[in-house]
Design a protein around this ligand. Structure first.
Ligand SMILES: C[S@@+](CC[C@H](N)C(=O)[O-])C[C@H]1O[C@@H](n2cnc3c(N)ncnc32)[C@H](O)[C@@H]1O
Length: 405
């Protein structure tokens, strides 16, 4: 970290401050500008088209990072952040609080499109109309991008005070409130109570019951309602964080795959069984693969009345065997993505359609490239605003065997 050395190189301003014309959006909520010495500057707290005074926070031989601390020429998309802590040097949880919600979605569409074209080799024409879709309001405030976060891990200082991490840092910003979090978690004392002797505490709320149960460090299983069913999710098990996400994603997966009664389906990275349930209710016989023992047990419990076989194990180990003879596949891996070998194994099994649900456009792009090379084509790409105020975005890619293969 060398703000001062940058200041020496910068003819424009001393003290590690740069005046910058902000060009375009990058990933992670950063925008790109060109520094006075020609190096790329990744700038937070700004928007394309703005002129800002930015404080350098990191300097490498190839690029700089900086926070916009003074807005010289504001974008029409700029708004006052709803959260007091969303500013340079304070809480690093949100990236886009200073951006209107429609513009947040436009920026995320642009960043997603860029990654899929550049890293995935996806045809630009197919993504020309990509929009990041707004989720329906489930809890009050969701329409403003607030009160949607049903899981939070707070960091605890030595004096017991809880807070959230600063951007790219282990430092803890004590906070009294977090407006993107559901009220039930605030009511459980996440931010106002002291937690002596702890380093972190994890809170999770039932996604469909704002006033409902909050699990603290997984002290009880949570019940979530989605697609007209009830799902049990035990300690450490995955469930979507935005309360509207399970219904929206399950509907989008069904809409994309168009399952027919009697088809054989495979649900990889199945978690507590959301997509398996949707496909089984649509008449498919499903095999679900999930390696977390607790989630595989939850899935068996949640899907006991349906034609679903749950296999506990790693996708990499089971994909070749379980994909054989399948008509349909849904995969919903963690941020790291499924990986090229998994996509190649799926393509070799020739299902008539694959739905890839992804929370990271970068790893999705890498895996799409492998699927395209293995004889599949991308027939649709949808994106959803599951994480308003942050730079994160959820994608659903639909793949079908290409005519030529
Ligand atoms: C993003 S979650 C998706 C869960 C589920 N599809 C849903 O919608 O709730 C990813 C899941 O994959 C599981 N997982 C991660 N790596 C895995 C692997 N290599 N093999 C099998 N499951 C894995 C995690 O335990 C987690 O439950």
């Amino acid at each position: 970290v060398s703000g001062p050395s940058v200041a020496r190189r910068s003819p424009k301003r001393g003290g590690g401050l740069l005046d910058l014309e902000v060009l375009r959006v990058a990933t992670g909520g950063d925008c790109v500008a060109t520094g006075p010495d020609g190096r790329v500057v990744f700038v937070r707290y700004t928007l394309p088209g703005e002129r800002v005074r930015a404080k350098v926070t990191e300097s490498t031989s190839r690029f700089l990072r900086a926070d916009a601390v003074e807005i010289l020429d504001p974008s029409p998309d700029r708004v006052a952040p709803p959260c007091w802590y969303a500013k340079p040097g304070r809480c690093g949880g949100c990236d886009l609080q200073h951006v209107s919600l429609p513009a947040q979605r436009r920026l995320k569409a642009e960043a997603t499109r860029d990654q899929l074209i550049r890293l995935g080799g996806v045809d630009a024409g197919l993504l020309a109309d990509l929009v990041v879709e707004e989720l329906p309001t489930v809890l009050p405030g969701n329409g403003e991008g607030l009160h949607w976060r049903t899981r939070v891990q707070v960091a605890v200082r030595e004096d017991g005070r809880s807070g959230l991490h600063r951007h790219r840092s282990q430092a803890i910003e004590p906070v009294d409130t977090c407006p993107i979090t559901v009220p039930a978690i605030e009511a459980a004392g996440a931010f106002r109570q002291h937690w002596p002797g702890r380093r972190r505490v994890e809170f999770a709320a039932s996604a469909t019951d704002a006033a409902g149960d909050v699990a603290v460090d997984g002290d009880r299983p949570l019940l979530h309602d989605a697609i007209g069913r009830r799902f049990r999710v035990s300690e450490g098990g995955f469930w979507q964080v935005h309360p509207a996400a399970p219904d929206v994603l399950a509907a989008a997966v069904l809409d994309g795959l168009q399952p027919r009664a009697g088809e054989l389906a495979l649900d990889l990275y199945a978690g507590a069984g959301l997509f398996s349930a949707a496909l089984a209710v649509a008449g498919c016989a499903v095999t679900a693969v999930e390696f977390a023992v607790v989630s595989a047990q939850d899935a068996r419990h949640n899907l006991a009345d349906l034609a679903v076989e749950v296999r506990a194990g790693a996708v990499e180990d089971l994909v070749a065997e379980t994909a054989r003879g399948r008509d349909l596949v849904v995969l919903d891996p963690p941020r790291a993505g499924a990986g090229i070998a998994v996509l190649q194994a799926l393509a070799a099994a020739r299902p008539r359609a694959i739905a890839y649900v992804s929370c990271d456009p970068g790893t999705l792009a890498r895996d799409l490239r492998a699927a395209l090379a293995a004889g599949y084509r991308l027939t649709s790409l949808r994106a959803f605003d599951l994480f308003p105020m942050t730079a994160h975005v959820e994608c659903l890619a639909l793949l079908e065997p290409s005519a030529a293969s």
